[in-house]
Design a protein around this ligand. Structure first.
Ligand SMILES: *Cc1c(COP(=O)(O)O)cnc(C)c1O
Length: 381
């Protein structure tokens, strides 16, 4: 059986190490902010190059903590791509702020700087709310165009945040994910490139004072001593157990990223002439959280895959401005045509480090056959 994401294969590989990591935590018993949490945070600083890494209870909370640290709330606008997972906008709306939807680029699926410029200008001139922040998303593992986006952020006095829930371990030509924006949020949800066995997340930043604020916010706004409060916070810590599991998984993370890259290369050489395959900006490395192709015959290909036991998924079936709960928020005045078109044509193929060469070949031939069949049907009809 082929899996879309195979967590069992990884567990077999790491086997005893994860069991030992869990047993060690059960023995020392420091379940909240135990020593493994600090160890993981140091390791994450090393991985990203960021001065501070603060773990928390989920990727969504990582975004929430960043927004809270910057006092983003009612009357504030945060620019986000319309083509992303719901959580990017959810964190903003939960705090009473306004997500402002921006279009994405057809080649990278990432925030389109031109659409962002339009949106910022429109919002600055027309109000009524105050532009405060941009959250760019590293869709499917490829970092967004931070060079262009940070120029817009700087020119308009906006805070720049990277939603790197899918891109931990990726790089752009200048630096690693974790250092490409003022703040970076990542997720350790089980199916992400670095996933734990439950929920988890982290914030990266180089700013010391903000790191201290976030550290306080994640522990009920704690002040200098345990039962004191410096601000209104939340309860959002990473369990020590999950930190221990992540430390074990980090020992093979670089190798897993390499294995994902090989799968992506094989898909590209097999499918590149038959449908639109992901394009990396030169010098950029993806963490290949997903391998998402684009074809007008998406539903036909998905059905053929289902028939032949090749699991697929649709990331995402609708842009955020057409999802329940998000329809009343403002959109780029030029519209969101690319985000709308992508949701009708994208299809994610099985992607994980443990796909065998045979399985990869079966994915390629299944998708290719489905597209060829369609071509024949069209020329006969
Ligand atoms: C997974 C994901 C999140 C949320 O992470 P959780 O850990 O599930 O809360 C946010 N943004 C994007 C783009 C994601 O893919």
């Amino acid at each position: 059986m082929m899996s879309f994401v195979d967590l069992q294969a990884q567990r077999t590989r790491l086997g005893a190490e994860i069991d030992k990591a869990i047993a060690d935590v059960l023995t020392h018993g420091q379940f909240i902010l135990g020593p493994e949490v600090q160890q993981l945070e140091s390791a994450l600083q090393g991985l990203s190059g960021a001065n501070h890494a603060l773990t928390c209870a989920s990727g969504t909370d990582a975004l929430t903590l960043i927004l809270m640290a910057q006092n983003v709330g009612v009357g504030d606008v945060v620019f986000v791509p319309a083509f992303t997972f719901i959580a990017t906008a959810e964190a903003i709306a939960q705090l009473g702020a306004t997500p402002f939807f921006v279009d994405v680029r057809a080649d990278t699926f990432n925030m389109d700087p031109e659409s962002l410029s339009e949106a910022v200008e429109h919002c600055s001139q027309n109000g009524p709310d105050t532009p405060r922040m941009i959250i760019a998303v590293d869709m499917f593992g490829q970092p967004a165009d931070y060079a262009s986006i940070s120029a817009i952020a700087n020119g308009n006095n906006l805070i720049l945040v990277a939603d790197a829930a899918q891109s931990l371990g990726a790089k752009n030509p200048d630096a690693s994910v974790g250092t490409l924006a003022d703040y970076t949020a990542t997720s350790f949800y089980p199916s992400k490139p670095l996933g734990c066995y439950g929920d988890g997340g982290a914030v990266f930043t180089d700013q010391k004072t903000m790191a201290e604020t976030i550290s306080s916010l994640r522990s009920h706004g704690q002040g200098k001593t345990k039962y004191s409060s410096a601000r209104v916070g939340i309860n959002s810590r990473l369990d020590t157990l999950q930190a221990a599991i992540l430390l074990a998984k980090l020992t093979i993370f670089d190798n897993e990223l390499e294995l994902r890259r090989v799968v992506a290369e094989n898909y590209e050489s097999g499918l590149g002439n038959h449908c639109i395959v992901p394009r990396l900006t030169p010098g950029t490395e993806s963490s290949w959280a997903q391998y998402t192709i684009r074809t007008p015959h998406r539903d036909l290909v998905a059905a053929a895959c289902r028939e032949r036991g090749v699991p697929t998924a649709i990331h995402y079936p609708a842009p955020l401005h057409l999802m329940g709960g998000y329809g009343d928020f403002p959109c780029c005045p030029d519209g969101l045509p690319v985000a709308e078109a992508l949701t009708k044509e994208v299809l994610s193929l099985p992607m994980h480090p443990y796909l065998t060469p045979d399985q990869q070949a079966r994915v390629v031939s299944t998708v290719k056959d489905a597209l060829n069949l369609h071509e024949k049907a069209v020329s006969v009809g």
